[in-house]
Design a protein around this ligand. Structure first.
Ligand SMILES: [Zn+2]
Length: 255
């Protein structure tokens, strides 16, 4: 018998209004970087800490959605490849085994290993500033992102959010289970809030996995996490919520 939550009365908020894309971006994700600028600047900031392409491995988690590919490709180009940590909504389900696999692929020619983690769920904003909306090449109707999060908001509004682990829908059920307890399902969050809650969960999971798998006495690493934003004209932006580097076991802020 699936677990059913009681029906919800609050409507799904689909914020829109007299805003254009940039106003909505600045209001919800202040100081977001254009995607290319983020990739270049993050690499520039890591260099003084001895973390660069030739001696490091990048580990990237974004949503599986093909709309995230340009960001992934830029990171691939900047870091000469990247271990793909991605699942629906950018969640981290690869576990200790996946993290260890990535770490075992890192350069170690100087006796030290260096990992750079990028973890970014995503959201779209169209030219009118409507959150969640995006256009996809070849599709007539307006599309949306992140579809996995929007589906959860839809289930909440119908009062039909099952928290069972569905073997035929593993990633989505794990996402629902992980979100449960992070917000009051009686008050449905808007899409920006849900995206930021998801990002907090991803950060928690990332830091737990780092604690379980990284030895800071032999490894330096950096963490970048926030939200990837898809704007009009296929332009992507990156809002950084947390960024830091840990060198010789000492943590320092980055961006
Ligand atoms: Zn998505």
């Amino acid at each position: 018998m699936p677990t059913q939550l009681s029906p919800i009365t609050s409507p799904i908020e689909t914020p829109s209004g007299p805003f254009n894309f940039k106003e909505t971006l600045d209001r919800n994700f202040p100081n977001a970087y254009p995607c290319d600028a983020f990739v270049e600047y993050s690499q520039f900031r890591l260099r003084p800490f001895g973390i660069e392409q030739k001696n490091s491995i990048a580990c990237v988690s974004v949503c599986r959605d093909e709309i995230t590919t340009p960001f992934m490709n830029r990171l691939h180009n900047a870091w000469n490849g990247a271990f793909d940590f991605s699942s629906l909504a950018g969640m981290l389900y690869l576990g200790v085994t996946g993290f260890q696999a990535a770490h075992h692929h890192a350069p170690n020619f100087d006796g030290r290993e260096r990992y750079v983690y990028f973890a970014f769920p995503h959201i779209a904003i169209d030219e009118h500033g409507t959150l969640g909306n995006c256009r996809r090449s070849g599709r007539q109707a307006m599309s949306q992102a992140c579809g996995a999060l929007l589906k959860i908001l839809e289930s909440c509004s119908e009062g039909a959010l099952s928290l069972d682990l569905d073997q035929d829908d593993l990633e989505q059920s794990l996402l629902k289970q992980r979100l449960f307890g992070k917000f009051d399902f009686a008050e449905i969050p808007d899409l920006v809030t849900l995206t930021k809650i998801t990002q907090e969960i991803i950060k928690e999971d990332l830091e737990r996995m780092i604690h379980l798998t990284v030895n800071p006495s032999t490894t330096d690493y950096a963490v970048f996490t926030g939200v990837q934003i898809h704007g009009p004209a296929n332009k992507d932006w990156v809002w950084v919520e947390t960024s830091y580097v840990v060198v010789d076991g000492v943590r320092k802020p980055l961006l």
